[in-house]
Design a protein. Structure first.
Length: 369
């Protein structure tokens, strides 16, 4: 249940420290955007770990992932240029897939019919981690602490987490007999058009994560806001997410996940532009609304994906992640547009994403998923 807490806390750090590390290392916005994208690109390797969660020991998958995660964080904190940071981010992203999905697939087996409620609670812990990260960054900025210490210290904590995971017993994998072969099981998932639609939706929604916050913080700083203040403005988004997961847990007993997708996406399409381009009070208010609905949407989507093909949660997740990798370079594109035309132009690309998600959600309903 705490895996999301740890991951969201630490993966926010590159986004929250985006402008500081960019200026300190002399990176362009495009290079800094690609460093953020490295976390997603690591998912190319992470796909193997994700699918393996249906067949191998979840405990060792999660444990070894956590240890590699911690080592990559330390390497990131010690990096002195674009390529060291990009390489560390790539390993970090791959390790996070092993760490997260080893625990997540085990949770599917442990929770059974109570999975939607368990996911909402697990995601609430993730939101706490997301909320803690900018507070830690703001406190470090006020204390004059160098950004590198946050990565090195976080890496040490993750190494300790890996040792903790190794002491727990996880449910063993139990793939369905019809797909005892990992390759055959994966082919069956790929042939399911519902999975591909869900993958496209998740891939687009995943764009609205830490890199979006990173560019928003940079935009606020470019408008003259103090860095410590700018990093706290998106707190409305994070607090809204925490509240939204609480609402999602309440709704889990009353509404099926599929019925929540369209209305939450519609609200996100209205709230995101206001959060990006409004005055400070609107940034906070719209961010809160976006956070609430985004949390409900994500929990519902996650529940649909993990239960769509019983016994193949890991393989289904791997296919979803593979399709989502098409958007891994999106922060780099936003960075290039920002270099050429300004940060406001780059943020416009993000503003268009919820509308695309809404169209795909409609197509998913037509497919009966």
């Amino acid at each position: 249940m705490l895996v999301g807490f740890a991951d969201e806390w630490f993966t926010f750090l590159p986004a929250g420290l985006f402008e500081s590390l960019r200026a300190d290392l002399g990176l362009t916005y495009a290079q800094a955007g690609l460093v953020l994208a490295g976390l997603s690109l690591g998912g190319i390797v992470g796909l193997v770990f994700e699918a393996a969660a249906d067949y191998v020991s979840r405990r060792w998958l999660a444990t070894l992932g956590a240890l590699a995660y911690g080592g990559a964080m330390i390497a990131f904190g010690l990096g002195d240029g674009f390529w060291p940071l990009f390489a560390a981010a790539f390993v970090w992203g791959a390790a996070s897939d092993a760490f997260i999905h080893g625990c997540e697939v085990a949770l599917v087996d442990l929770a059974g019919d109570a999975l939607p409620k368990a996911l909402a609670r697990s995601n609430a812990w993730s939101a706490v981690g997301d909320l803690l990260a900018p507070l830690v960054i703001a406190a470090a900025a006020l204390a004059g602490l160098d950004w590198r210490w946050l990565f090195v210290g976080g890496g040490g904590l993750m190494l300790a987490y890996g040792g903790w995971l190794a002491s727990y017993r996880f449910p063993p994998p139990s793939p369905p007999e019809a797909h005892a072969s990992p390759f055959a099981g994966l082919l069956a998932v790929v042939a399911d058009t519902r999975v591909l639609l869900l993958a496209a939706i998740m891939g687009l929604y995943a764009l609205l994560d830490e890199p979006l916050v990173a560019f928003l913080i940079a935009f606020l700083e470019a408008q003259g806001h103090d860095p410590a203040w700018a990093v706290t403005l998106p707190l409305g988004l994070l607090i809204g997410g925490l509240a939204g997961f609480g609402v999602a847990e309440h709704l889990a007993e009353r509404v099926t996940p599929r019925r929540l997708l369209a209305p939450t996406t519609s609200f996100m399409a209205l709230a995101l532009p206001a959060m990006l381009f409004g005055p400070p009070i609107v940034v906070v208010a719209a961010g809160f609304g976006f956070g609430v609905t985004g949390a409900i949407f994500y929990t519902a989507l996650q529940g649909v994906i993990l239960t769509l093909r019983p016994g193949q949660a890991g393989s289904t997740g791997a296919v979803v992640s593979a399709v989502g990798l098409a958007g891994a370079a999106f922060p780099g594109l936003v960075g290039a547009v920002s270099d050429a035309h300004g940060l406001a132009a780059g943020l416009l690309l993000y503003a268009a994403v919820p509308a695309l998600v809404l169209g795909l959600t409609a197509a998913l309903r037509i497919r009966g998923a």
